[in-house]
Design a protein around this ligand. Structure first.
Ligand SMILES: [Zn+2]
Length: 137
């Protein structure tokens, strides 16, 4: 499992992939990673195509085969969608997961292993157990 974290700069909204706190690569403001909760997304599906992650509609980069990304978040309501990369943003679909990160539910494990075939090739995000996630490297 990658020890890098993904999130959006709270100042300028730029997508970041970092190992910890530090300056935003774009606006250079010092950013502290949210510590309330964590969303982990693991791509088990081996279909060789690029997928992208959307968190509450914001692009959080690609999800590669066998990759597990960690997204630190504040308490709140979240909607995670993963779909095949499509510049037109219309052809491919994703069935997402909606959930709340709360003091009683601070870590959300998600997996991507099912794709509904067809013209729209819908990618399904489902809740996973900690045991289903890859070990930390
Ligand atoms: Zn920034």
């Amino acid at each position: 499992m990658s020890k890098r974290f993904r999130f959006l700069c709270p100042q300028c909204g730029a997508y970041q992939e970092v190992k910890g706190n530090g300056p935003c690569w774009k606006c250079h403001v010092e950013v502290a990673l949210p510590t309330d909760g964590l969303i982990l997304i693991y791509r088990k599906s081996s279909v060789p195509a690029m997928m992208e992650i959307l968190l509450n509609g914001y692009d959080l980069g690609c999800l590669w085969i066998k990759e597990c990304v960690q997204i630190p978040v504040q308490y709140g309501h979240y909607n995670v969608v993963v779909k095949y990369l499509d510049k037109v943003m219309t052809k491919y679909k994703g069935i997402g997961m909606e959930f709340d990160i709360t003091p009683d539910n601070r870590i959300m494990y998600l997996k991507v292993e099912r794709v509904i075939p067809g013209y729209t090739a819908t990618v399904v995000v489902e809740q996973a157990t900690p045991e289903e996630m890859p070990p930390l490297q």
